[in-house]
Design a protein around this ligand. Structure first.
Ligand code: AMP
Length: 188
């Protein structure tokens, strides 16, 4: 089983690249954001609990997202591996993921960091505000999401660097250019 993390700030293109990797490799995409949005759409108890948190751009509790991922690990194992997209976002989540995978005789193999500068991110997200339909794609929530990334998620980079798993990819090019750069990073 091969397991990858796509790492980067909001609007860096993680979801787009994860979907492409699913098509070209035998892996499934595990996006906690997608799982949570599905819960909100279905108005499940979990959805009702997290809707406001997500809309504001804050992080949902570690406990909730760790449980969502744990549920899907058997499916990932059966498929050949997972592309984690938007998870982990805190050190507690990263440690829980390592622990859960270890229990299944697996591990994270690589962490691909998409590097995008802040100005480009803001430009990208401004284009998305109008058409995305996501309640957290607005200037106020995006600011909160960026702060959450910088304060709670970016500190994971040294964690994975220390494990020798971090590869960095320029996330500023076209979708195809970034996809090629990811392929090169994974092959290397
Ligand atoms: P995303 O689609 O990955 O940008 O996630 C959308 C929103 O879902 C985030 O702004 C958080 O509110 C919530 N979320 C998704 N993944 C996580 C996670 N791993 N930890 C905490 N909150 C998350």
């Amino acid at each position: 089983m091969k397991n990858l993390i796509l790492f980067g700030p909001p609007a860096a293109g993680k979801g787009t690249q994860a979907k492409r990797l699913v098509d070209s490799h035998q892996m499934i995409q595990l996006s906690t954001g997608d799982m949570l949005r599905a819960a909100v759409a279905s108005r499940s108890p979990l959805g009702l609990k997290v809707a406001g948190i997500m809309e504001r751009g804050e992080l949902v509790s570690d406990e909730v997202v760790i449980a969502l991922i744990e549920e899907r690990l058997p499916e990932a194992e059966a498929t050949g591996g997972a592309i984690f997209d938007g998870f982990p976002r805190t050190l507690a989540q990263a440690e829980a993921l390592d622990f859960m995978l270890k229990g299944r005789g697996a591990q994270i193999d690589k962490v691909v960091r998409l590097k995008v500068d802040d100005a480009a991110l803001l430009e990208r997200i401004a284009g998305r505000f109008a058409e995305s339909g996501r309640p957290d794609d607005n200037p106020d929530s995006f600011k909160v999401r960026l702060v959450a990334y910088n304060t709670q998620t970016a500190p994971l980079l040294p964690y994975y660097q220390g494990q020798g798993k971090l590869v960095e990819v320029d996330g500023m090019g076209s979708i195809e250019d970034v996809a090629d750069a990811i392929d090169r990073a994974l092959a290397g």
